[in-house]
Design a protein. Structure first.
Length: 120
């Protein structure tokens, strides 16, 4: 029963943070540190994807034309599409580094400092 309550809390956190300009994935990873689910690592990986599936599908539906334009740009080797592909590949390459709770908790602080310095 406790696991069901935990998953409800995860769903609430995902639902609230998905609409805010903050990282819902980051909040789920931090929540795993505070309120761990007693499941296998494989299940937890699948759970992270499934809990975000609604948001992922909403983005795909909303930005379908943009995705199509980027795909067509890649076929024609347009510079902005190639840069987009480069960023995706870099993201996959660094995924294991940025998914650590220590990075997730420090990154917003560093970004806040950076933005503050820009606006001074």
């Amino acid at each position: 029963m406790a696991e069901i309550i935990k998953t409800i809390v995860y769903g609430i956190v995902e639902g609230i943070t998905e609409w805010l300009p903050i990282s819902s994935t980051g909040h789920l990873i931090l929540l795993e540190e505070l309120l761990p689910l007693n499941q296998s690592p494989e299940f937890l990986e699948m759970f992270r994807v499934v809990i975000q599936l609604g948001a992922i599908l909403a983005v795909v539906v909303q930005y379908w034309r943009t995705f199509w334009a980027v795909g067509m740009g890649l076929l024609r080797w347009r510079p902005e599409s190639v840069a987009f592909l480069r960023n995706i590949l870099l993201g996959f390459y660094t995924l294991h580094q940025i998914a650590r709770p220590s990075f997730i908790s420090i990154d917003p602080t560093l970004n806040g400092i950076k933005l503050s310095l820009i606006h001074i």
